[in-house]
Design a protein around this ligand. Structure first.
Ligand code: GFB
Length: 350
């Protein structure tokens, strides 16, 4: 159902994380009434982990009762890069299962007319024919490194179908590839590869210390800039009405190796030293190329993805500007002091 009525309340869970921050930026900076800009009659509400612990059914209900959303973009999740996924499989499975169940159940109980939930291309089977497309989610087990997260996220697709079949709900999902951008989690150990490497590279440049990249550098990934992804979420909210998920990604021909992305980060940071790989650390899934054919055919007009080097340069600039004042970046030290997985940052990035 397109948002054309005069009173729409769009609740964004995980609204203070990487993608939520980008949606706030796009909604407020694109021209009023445009395809991605704010529209008359819309109220956008961005909530984060400080507003509610969505693992708790009562807190989830309190949020829905307070804001009475008509639409929900559900981004809240326990998230992390490869190494965090490997360490906390049970937490990723349980926390995300609880969050998703509470959000979808409240959306149904409060009569929300549309929900888009965020999945990830890591939900796909490990052994499957490439490229990945929307029909292949449930064809086999996910990669063992992140099965806790992957199964919890896959179940959103099942829940969406069941809510549709039993109650006629308009719930769907988006499947982005590896996202990065301003306001990411830049933790050195727990974050995704781009924020971790930008942070490490800046430290190596500042302190004249070694820059170590985990793994062999050979795995391939598709990356999407958070502001591009934000536009695609806004498009999907307004213009797509089907339970079937949509992959939100750059083209499958835009895979880059971890070494290539490291070289691009080195250039963006202006680091002139040497870096080395640490092959004793896991590589994770070798590749997971996803097709954006469905997305492109639905979008209708050409969508300009931000070139990787431009997006990396802007992300580096953001981190440099926020390095000393942003508590989320300083969290990297909190973890070393013994914080547990749930008190580090349970809710945030996609
Ligand atoms: O972003 P990332 O952690 O997630 O990337 P995935 C992992 C790849 O980057 C591996 C290499 O090949 C790592 O060896 N890498 C190199 C590093 N240095 C680093 C580093 O300092 N930190 C990290 N994190 N990686 C995740 C899933 O997989 O994809 C999540 O585990 C999520 O559940 C996300 O869905 C999108 O792309 O491997």
């Amino acid at each position: 159902m397109a948002i054309e009525t005069s009173h729409s309340v769009i609740l964004v869970t995980g609204g203070t994380g990487l993608v939520g921050y980008a949606i706030q930026h796009v909604i407020n900076s694109e021209p009023l009434g445009s395809r991605f800009g704010r529209r008359a009659g819309e109220t956008w509400v961005f909530i984060g982990s400080k507003d509610a612990d969505l693992r708790d059914p009562e807190q989830a209900r309190m949020i829905f009762d307070k804001h009475k959303p008509t639409h929900v973009i559900h981004l809240a999740a326990l998230v992390g890069g490869l190494y965090r996924n490997m360490r906390y499989k049970l937490s990723f499975l349980r926390d995300n299962t609880l969050i998703n169940d509470n959000v979808l159940r409240c959306a149904h109980e409060f009569g929300v007319s549309k929900v888009i939930s965020c999945l990830s291309t890591c939900v796909f089977p490990d052994n499957v024919t490439y490229p990945l497309d929307e029909s292949k989610i449930h064809l086999g087990p996910p990669h063992e490194s992140n099965y806790g997260y992957a199964y919890a996220k896959r179940m959103i697709d099942i829940a969406n179908r069941a809510y549709h079949d039993e109650h006629g709900c308009n719930f769907t999902s988006a499947i982005p590839t590896n996202v990065f951008g301003p306001n990411d989690n830049f933790d050195l150990e727990d974050s995704h590869v781009i924020p971790a490497l930008i942070h490490k590279c800046l430290q190596a440049k500042r302190d004249n210390t070694p820059f170590v990249v985990f793994g062999t550098g050979k795995p391939l990934r598709q990356f999407i800039y958070s502001f591009d992804l934000a536009k695609l979420f806004i498009w999907q909210l307004r213009e797509y009405d089907d339970v079937e998920p949509v992959i939100l990604s750059v083209g499958e021909d835009e895979e880059v190796s971890i070494k290539q992305v490291t070289d691009a980060i080195v250039a963006a940071v202006g680091f002139e030293g040497e870096y080395r790989f640490d092959p004793s650390r896991a590589d994770g899934q070798f590749r997971k190329p996803a097709s954006n054919q469905k997305l492109l055919s639905l979008l209708g007009s050409k969508f300009e993805f931000t070139p990787l080097d431009v997006a990396l340069r802007d992300t580096v600039r953001w981190l440099v500007e926020h390095y000393d004042k942003d508590a989320r970046i300083r969290r990297t030290n909190a973890r070393k002091n013994g914080s547990s997985v749930t008190d580090v940052h349970p809710i945030g990035r996609k």
